[in-house]
Design a protein around this ligand. Structure first.
Ligand SMILES: *Cc1c(COP(=O)(O)O)cnc(C)c1O
Length: 392
């Protein structure tokens, strides 16, 4: 079994919606990023949203094996899940933390992100309460400067320097880092350079007062394409999973897609001209054909939008999805001479022989991005882990 060959494991075929995840690919993707960024830059693997749909804990383990020393999540609950799995890495919660979520993040000993006095006061209060209860480690805080994303963080560098002083002065808080996040690293390098300059100017002022603070800004696109943005640490998500931040062919960048999404042919029936398929009778056969039903639907993350231009690989060939995507099933037109049998595997993302159906192509057909395609895979999809086809 080698990298690109599909795994046809009969034991898997009765699983209606199966995501096969190659942990060795995640490990190699991290090793590739590590080689690109060099020994002086740390790799933080983003495993938020259930590891971009791949499974948070398993993906995190593979990322750490590939050289990641930090793991990034978006919520307190995600940090708790990783900490419970005893991963040997520093955790950071990138997202905004509601007061109710804060303890969960801090119990997981995760670093947190702050940009205003109000949240820093909450942190200082939490640190006081925790110090009274136990010999708690300091709460490690990263400041966030907004250089153009317009979501979290402050645009006011002076204000952020005041927040930095407050963090540094508060007992129980440690000023660990400062960060920003680029809105267009994948599409506009010139704009991103300017935003990086704004951040590094702030970083210099910050370090003049608080030496040793870590600076980080780069996501996958910046880490791979804009070396000067790497600073002390890069935060890579999409590339870790072998998907392209530019929505092009990931393998052209040396990345290996880790995830394959498959189902099986649960029903195969002839359709006469004029007969219809699916809710709303949206597909009506123009000529006699065969319809294969795959027991995977929008309840699994195959969005209804796949109806418009979706394809699946059956019998080693691309076949169009027809009719509405339902919650638990999709229907595929396999033509008058199907060359497909009941029980055959069907691939919705992945490879079959020479044919490849990438998350990037699925995204293009759906009018979205690969990030959303894989993150949409729901809890109902069984994740099966392997290493290049061997049991993980
Ligand atoms: C998710 C996230 C990343 C990772 O982005 P990719 O494009 O997947 O590499 C980096 N930084 C922040 C703040 C994020 O939320």
């Amino acid at each position: 079994m080698t990298g690109g060959t599909p795994v046809v494991d009969p034991a898997d075929m009765a699983l209606r919606a199966l995501a096969r995840v190659n942990l060795a690919a995640i490990e190699r993707n991290c090793a590739l990023i590590r080689r690109e960024i060099g020994a002086d830059v740390a790799l933080c693997a983003a495993v938020k949203a259930n590891g971009y749909g791949h499974g948070a804990v398993q993906s995190a383990r593979a990322a750490v094996a590939g050289g990641a020393t930090w793991l990034a999540v978006a919520t307190g609950g995600e940090a708790a899940e990783l900490r419970a799995a005893r991963l040997d890495a520093r955790l950071i919660v990138l997202g905004a933390l509601a007061p109710e979520e804060l303890d969960e993040a801090l119990d997981a000993d995760a670093d947190v992100v702050a940009w205003n006095e109000r949240f820093v006061e909450q942190l200082a209060t939490a640190a006081g309460a925790r110090a009274a209860a136990t010999a708690a480690p300091p709460i490690r805080v990263h400041l966030k400067l907004d250089v153009g994303m317009g979501r979290l963080g402050t645009r006011d560098a002076d204000e952020l320097l005041r927040v930095a002083d407050r963090v540094a002065a508060a007992p129980g808080l440690e000023l660990a880092g400062a960060m920003t996040h680029f809105p267009c690293a994948d599409e506009d390098v010139a704009l991103t350079r300017g935003q990086l300059a704004a951040f590094t100017a702030f970083g210099e002022r910050l370090r003049a007062a608080h030496p040793g603070v870590l600076l980080h800004a780069a996501n996958s696109a910046a880490a791979l394409a804009l070396p000067e943005s790497r600073l002390d640490l890069v935060r890579c998500g999409i590339a870790v999973y072998g998907l392209s931040p530019w929505e092009d062919d990931a393998t052209a960048h040396g990345l290996e897609p880790a995830l394959e999404l498959r189902s099986w042919v649960a029903a195969l029936k002839p359709l006469a001209a004029g007969e219809t398929v699916g809710y709303g009778a949206r597909f009506r056969a123009q000529a006699p054909t065969w319809i294969a039903t795959l027991p995977i639907g929008y309840g699994d993350g195959v969005r209804r939008g796949w109806e418009r231009d979706g394809v699946a690989l059956l019998g080693g060939r691309r076949r169009p999805l027809v009719g509405r995507v339902s919650m638990d099933n999709v229907t595929v037109d396999v033509g008058p001479e199907p060359g497909v049998a009941l029980g055959d595997p069907a691939i919705l993302i992945g490879a079959a022989g020479e044919e490849r159906l990438t998350a990037e192509e699925v995204a293009r057909r759906l009018g979205t991005i690969n990030y959303e395609v894989v993150t949409a895979l729901s809890a109902r999809v069984v994740r099966a882990y392997h290493r290049d086809g061997a049991p993980a």
